[in-house]
Ligand binder design. Structure first.
Ligand code: HEC
Length: 135
């Protein structure tokens, strides 16, 4: 009798442990896409609302061609300082994104001016390589 009750208890404990493991499993499956997502701003920049907006714009509209972390694809990659060499000033890059070029769409009628500035800052400050750190 006693042994049976004990066994039941163990069984219940096991069942709830399994349930907990299952719940954890489901949660991590939900966040599964995050491993391939665009980098988050860190340090002081983590509280920069414009950069955070820029990250969502990038993930939604630009990552398909430029890679989730700016590593390139159909569009050129932004790393290795290339972007900052091509566009030493932010305004030139904003104009480029507004007007597009060839396969690169013109974004001026698809995004607001604020969204374009935000995504351009995100590309310059988070995706364009070590030379952009802290600027
Ligand atoms: C359909 C694919 C595609 C999408 C979507 C796209 N781009 Fe591009 N992008 C390109 C291509 C292709 C080029 C190269 C254009 C050229 O020089 O001929 C380019 C070039 C660029 C450049 C210039 C890079 C350099 O160093 O010369 C910037 C900046 C840029 N894209 C920003 C963006 C932003 C911001 C978005 C999202 C709002 C975006 N792109 C979405 C295809 C794309």
């Amino acid at each position: 009798m006693r042994r049976l009750a004990g066994a039941k208890h163990v069984h219940r404990a096991l069942a709830s442990a399994l349930l907990a493991a299952c719940a954890a499993c489901t949660v991590s499956a939900c966040g599964g896409g995050s491993s391939g997502s665009s980098p988050m701003p860190t340090g002081a920049a983590a509280h920069d609302a414009e950069l955070l907006d820029g990250r969502s714009v990038f993930a939604a509209h630009c990552a398909t061609c430029h890679g989730t972390a700016g590593g390139g694809g159909l569009g050129p990659k932004f790393s290795d300082g290339r972007l900052l060499r091509d566009f030493p000033g932010i305004d030139a890059q904003i104009r480029f994104v507004e007007h597009g070029k060839g396969v690169m769409p013109a974004w001026q009628h698809l995004l607001s001016a604020a969204q374009i500035r935000a995504v351009v800052r995100y590309e310059r400050e988070l995706l364009s390589g070590p030379s952009s750190a802290g600027t």
